[in-house]
Write a protein of this length. Structure first.
Lengths: 282, 242
């Protein structure tokens, strides 16, 4: 009987040691796996070393939903919605200043101010992110492409440029659409909206330049990935810059930038309504 | 009679087994992080050696002094306005072969202007490969530094691309479009903003590649920020050393 009790204690001790070893071992392995270097992951984009594949890469073959058809999207609804995109986020901090300023944080702060100003103008605002997430370019575009009667504004903070200035960009020219079925290829979703984007960009840039001296008079053109797949009038607003010595310098710009964007979008609303009956094709 | 003798022996065996297990776990706890660090270092070394091997294979094309000296236009940031590009005229001995000529002007562009503040491309970026397709599309493959060292932003990235396309347009008339690869791969953006999935117009008359109608943002004219050219003789231009 005594032997049985002793054996039972030993067994319990051994079981406890065994379980403890498993827990410690498991924790060590979990830590090792979690922090294991990700060097073997394929980089974004398809391998394109062969020249032929490089020339044909980039076509997904996907198409925007029917709601994005250029003739139907804004015709019935008019402009009511602004899709606001604070760029970057999550593992992508964007531009970084010497003082620890991160573009992803500042864009979120600007988005809060712009949202408030737009709502005061009577617009409904849809944000592509609310916190420190990083939706893909296509996910952000999809949020705009799912709306009817919307414009898309992506907010950026540059790492160059004269501090205290703001530049508006529209997408570079895209090849003309050839699809006759009313659908827009996803990769060219911005193509039919470039004219409207230019009008929106010039209006917003004008308001910003009035507020922030030294900014350009009209919107600039750039090959912006985020805008290319957006089936709506779409602009990028880039504030200079993350290299300011004091973050307060950027914070002070929020009300001015927000007000100028809201006034620019409000000025664009009648242009958008006039353009709609003849189709959104600019 | 045998049971009292075997029970302590079994107990000792279990004790040693348990001790062995505990030491194994402690050993693993110490060894796994070391192993992880060594693997990470090995992966980095492998990556570096691949880059080094490519650089050694593709040395910068030397200028041939016997080639005719021509006035090449290189586009860096304007001294008057850093949001614009300005052509700088430099006398260089350039090959008549479009591939060699393109490599020569791009390597000079990468080397940078006298004033380092006016450079458009990172100083550690290297042209790894350059070739021209029969339809006039040029493929330029740069080292990862082009994407990782460039200041992130729409303006800075667009100016970098414009400096490449304008320099090629001014000096290599055979080219129509430019496709930019990073370390042999197509990437979605240069540094988070400018789209690299398509081709960029080099010659103003060139449209998007027929083989790739879904791409081809035309940047040549619309994205240009040009000011009147500044003329310098080659002897006065000291190229920054990489």
């Amino acid at each position: 009987m005594l032997l049985d009790v002793e054996n039972s204690r030993r067994l319990r001790f051994l079981a406890a040691v065994g379980i403890g070893s498993l827990v410690v071992g498991g924790a060590v392995m979990a830590f090792a796996l979690e922090t294991f270097p990700q060097t073997q992951q394929a980089p974004p984009g398809a391998a394109t070393l062969p020249p032929a594949s490089a020339a044909t890469a980039g076509q997904s073959g996907t198409q925007a939903p029917a709601g994005s058809a250029p003739g139907s999207q804004p015709a019935q609804s008019g402009l009511n919605i602004v899709v606001l995109d604070p760029a970057h986020g999550g593992t992508d901090p964007g531009a970084r200043g010497t003082g620890g300023i991160q573009e992803s944080e500042i864009t979120l702060e600007f988005a809060t101010g712009v949202r408030r100003a737009l709502e005061q103008q009577g617009f409904q605002v849809v944000g592509t992110r609310q916190g420190n997430e990083n939706p893909s370019f296509d996910d952000r575009s999809a949020m705009a492409n799912a709306q009817r009667g919307s414009v898309f504004i992506t907010l950026h903070i540059a790492s160059t440029g004269i501090p205290g200035t703001v530049r508006v960009y529209v997408n570079s020219d895209l090849p003309p659409l050839t699809a006759a079925n009313g659908f827009i290829p996803w990769d060219l979703a911005q193509a039919p909206f470039l004219g409207l984007s230019r009008k929106l960009g010039d209006l917003v840039q004008g308001m910003l330049t009035h507020q922030f001296k030294g900014s350009p008079d009209i919107a600039q053109t750039a090959a912006i990935r985020q805008l290319r797949t957006t089936a709506a009038p779409a602009i990028a607003v880039e504030v200079s810059s993350v290299v300011v010595n004091d973050r307060a310098d950027l914070d002070h710009m929020v009300p001015g930038v927000a007000g100028a964007i809201a006034r620019g979008v409000a000025a664009f609303k009648p242009v958008y309504a006039i353009a709609a009956p003849s189709g959104a094709m600019p | 009679m045998t049971e009292p003798a075997t029970a302590p022996a079994r107990g000792r065996w279990k004790f040693w087994l348990t001790t062995l297990l505990v030491f194994a776990v402690i050993g693993a706890a110490i060894f796994v992080p070391i192993l992880r660090k060594r693997m990470k270092r090995a992966a980095q070394l492998q990556q570096q050696s691949e880059e080094q091997a490519r650089r050694e294979l593709i040395q910068p094309v030397p200028m041939n002094p016997s080639d005719p000296r021509v006035k090449a236009e290189l586009f860096w940031l304007s001294d008057a306005d850093s949001s614009m590009l300005a052509p700088v005229v430099v006398e260089l001995p350039l090959s008549s072969d479009p591939v060699l000529r393109s490599k020569q002007v791009l390597n000079t562009l990468l080397a940078g202007p006298v004033d380092v503040e006016l450079r458009t491309l990172p100083p550690d970026a290297v042209l790894l490969a350059f070739y021209i397709l029969p339809d006039g599309t040029a493929i330029a493959d740069f080292s990862e530094a082009l994407a990782t060292s460039i200041p992130s932003g729409i303006q800075s990235e667009q100016l970098a691309v414009d400096s490449l396309t304008h320099t090629l347009e001014a000096n290599v008339p055979q080219l129509k479009r430019l496709k930019i690869l990073i370390h042999g791969q197509e990437v979605e953006t240069l540094a988070g903003h400018v789209d690299l999935t398509g081709t960029f117009a080099v010659n103003a008359d060139a449209g998007p590649s027929p083989a790739n109608p879904a791409t081809g943002p035309a940047v040549g004219k619309t994205g240009a920020f040009l000011v009147p050219p500044l003329t310098l003789s080659f002897s006065t231009v000291k190229l920054a050393e990489r």
